[in-house]
Design a protein. Structure first.
Length: 119
């Protein structure tokens, strides 16, 4: 009877193709989640200025990637004290996902580190 040895078999599921594209996926996912985080930060600030029209100027660059998520979440979570808290919720969720995937101890970061040690 043998036990699973995580040290010797940790990257057995990672194919050479995955190892080759892992740095690009890590970088692109990190950039995407960072831009999304910044968009939600801007949306949080914009909740203080309800008169801003998100359809003019450069505001659509912030509204287009965030509004579908915010609209669906607004149906579930009503404003608290007249303040829309949905951007704060999404900022927290996206920050969590970013940390779990591409953060210093994230899944993709650890795969990238281990694949560079093996290769």
């Amino acid at each position: 009877m043998s036990f699973y040895d995580a040290g010797s078999d940790a990257l057995s599921f990672v194919t050479p193709t995955l190892v080759a594209v892992l740095p690009v996926v890590h970088l692109m996912l990190g950039l995407l989640l960072t831009v999304w985080t910044l968009c939600f930060l801007v949306r949080i600030v914009l909740t203080w200025y309800p008169q801003v029209d998100l359809r003019v100027g450069l505001w659509p660059l912030v509204a287009i990637p965030t509004e579908p998520l915010l609209a669906s979440t607004r149906r579930l979570i009503a404003p608290i004290g007249g303040v829309d808290v949905t951007p704060v919720i999404w900022l927290g969720l996206i920050s969590l996902v970013r940390e779990l995937l591409v953060g210093q101890q994230g899944l993709l970061s650890q795969l990238l580190i281990r694949s560079s040690m093996v290769g």
